[in-house]
Ligand binder design. Structure first.
Ligand code: SF4
Length: 180
C-alpha cells in the first residue's frame, strides 16, 4: 500500500487531517494502559478491542512491530465553548463513523493487505459487543483505541510532525491505520 495514496483516501473518506506515521514512534506504555484500567471511558474489560482483551502492552508492541507503514488520521471540530458537550459528542460520533467507513473502504480496496485500524475509544461497530460471552463477530471491522494499545496520543502526533492542538476552541480526535 502506498502511504501518500492512503493519506489522500483518508481525506476523501471524511477525516479532517491525515499524515504519514513512522511505525518506530509507536511505543506502547504501561502508564497509558494504566489509565484504561481506571475505566474513565467505561470500556475497560467490556469490549474485544480494549484492554485486557486486546492483549498485554508487550503483545501490542509485538503486533505493532509486524507492520511497516502507517498513517495518522484526525477529526477536528470547533466547539462553542468548553461546555459544548453536544459538540464533543458529535465529534466522537463523526470520528467513529469515519473510522468504520474508512476501515470498510480499505478492506474492500486492499483485500490482500494486512491492516490494523486504531481509533479513539472502544470498538462501536456492533450495537452491543459480544465480549466476553462469544467471539468478536466482525474481526475485520474491529477498531481498537490507540490508548488501549498504550499509545500516548499527543506525543505520537508530535513525533510525526502532526499538530495535535488545532487552535483555541478546537477539539481533535486521533486514529491510525497500520499496514504493509
Ligand atoms: S466488531 Fe462487534 S464484537 Fe467485535 S469488538 Fe467490535 S463491537 Fe465487539
Amino acid at each position: 500500500m502506498d502511504v501518500e495514496r492512503v493519506i489522500q483516501e483518508a481525506l476523501d473518506n471524511g477525516y479532517s487531517y491525515a499524515g504519514s506515521l513512522d511505525i518506530s514512534t509507536m511505543k506502547p506504555l504501561n502508564e497509558v494502559r494504566d489509565m484504561c484500567a481506571a475505566d474513565k471511558c467505561h470500556a475497560y474489560n467490556k469490549n474485544w478491542a480494549c484492554p485486557p482483551a486486546c492483549g498485554t502492552v508487550e503483545e501490542c508492541t509485538a503486533e505493532i512491530k509486524t507492520y511497516s507503514k502507517g498513517i495518522i488520521v484526525q477529526s477536528t471540530t470547533t466547539l462553542e465553548d468548553e461546555f459544548d458537550f453536544e459538540g464533543i459528542e458529535e465529534l466522537g460520533k463523526r470520528h467513529a463513523k469515519t473510522t468504520v467507513d474508512f476501515t470498510k473502504y480499505l478492506r474492500e480496496h486492499y483485500p490482500d493487505s494486512r491492516i490494523l485500524p486504531l481509533s479513539a475509544g472502544g470498538c462501536m461497530f456492533c450495537k452491543q459487543c459480544t465480549y466476553p460471552d462469544a467471539p468478536c463477530r466482525f474481526p475485520d471491522m474491529r477498531t481498537a483505541p490507540l490508548e488501549g494499545y498504550g499509545i500516548f496520543v499527543s506525543d505520537l502526533c508530535k513525533k510525526n510532525n502532526i499538530e495535535y492542538n488545532r487552535g483555541k476552541g478546537t477539539l481533535t480526535y486521533v486514529g491510525a491505520f497500520l499496514f504493509d
